[in-house]
Design a protein around this ligand. Structure first.
Ligand code: C5P
Length: 237
């Protein structure tokens, strides 16, 4: 099993998007928690709740709780605090919730001091097409929109952003190396894009200096996930 931590390549977060625990655990049980991070999103959290996160913590995994909070500042404050109480390593909110909401999320983590999870803002979903922005009344380009929300999230004190691969390079240049970039929509050449619109390869992710890549269906639907992960790591070396 190859270890990406030995190379200067993006770290790998596996999106644990399954409908039942048994299937999820089949994958979890072959993953090394000192190498891979796990992302729990709306699907698994709705089915299995916080107890599942506790079980994964007991197995030694760092968890990215990707519930993408988007609500009034007070609700996001309380939800963020509740998520941090679970001891997760990273959690997400939607940058489009606005300045007050982002600042509230950041404030909710103040009392956790150095144990606070990384607070990450989703700029645009990797499934979003430029023309869909117009449908929701946004008249600027997708890239401009992502850059605007990235800058806003940084100004509000967040640790980083989730953004599509194509924009990642520009954001690193504009916002500096310390600001974390997390990118989903990762596919190797023969993989299906599924519903993702803005996809890049792991090799491109390395070139763009992305900190973490999120990989879901390429692994969760693979017959041999470890072989596939080794292939992904090799392609980035
Ligand atoms: O299966 P796939 O590799 O496309 O999975 C991508 C994962 O990343 C999903 O869990 C999805 O919820 C998440 N995600 C995304 N785009 C974002 C933020 C999160 O695809 N902007």
């Amino acid at each position: 099993m190859l270890n990406p931590n030995l190379f200067k390549i993006p770290k790998i977060i596996i999106a644990l998007d399954f409908y039942d625990k048994k299937t999820a655990m089949k994958l979890v049980n072959v993953l090394n928690p000192s190498i891979y991070y796990l992302k729990i999103g709306k699907e698994m959290f709705t089915i299995l709740g916080f107890k599942f996160i506790k079980e994964l913590h007991q197995l030694g995994f760092n968890i990215f709780l990707d519930l993408k909070f988007h609500d009034i500042p007070n609700t996001v404050f309380n939800a963020t605090k509740a998520a941090a109480d679970l001891g997760v390593w990273m959690l997400s909110v939607h940058a489009s919730g606005g300045k007050k909401m982002l600042i509230s999320a950041k404030k909710a983590l103040k009392s956790f001091k150095k144990n606070a999870p990384l607070l990450i803002a989703v700029t645009a979903l990797t499934s979003l097409k430029e023309e869909e922005l117009k449908d929701i009344g946004i008249q600027i380009s997708l890239t401009e929109y992502i850059l605007k929300l990235s800058q806003l999230s940084k100004d509000c004190g967040l640790d980083g952003i989730v953004c599509p691969g194509r924009e990642a390079k520009k954001i690193k240049f504009l916002l500096g190396n310390q600001y974390k970039i997390i990118t989903p929509g990762i596919r190797i050449s023969k993989d299906l894009p599924h519903d993702q619109n803005n996809i890049i390869t792991p090799k491109e992710a390395k070139e763009y200096k992305i900190d973490y890549i999120v990989i879901g269906r390429s692994i969760t639907m693979s017959k041999n996930p470890i072989k596939k992960l080794d292939l992904i790591i090799k392609s980035m070396e």
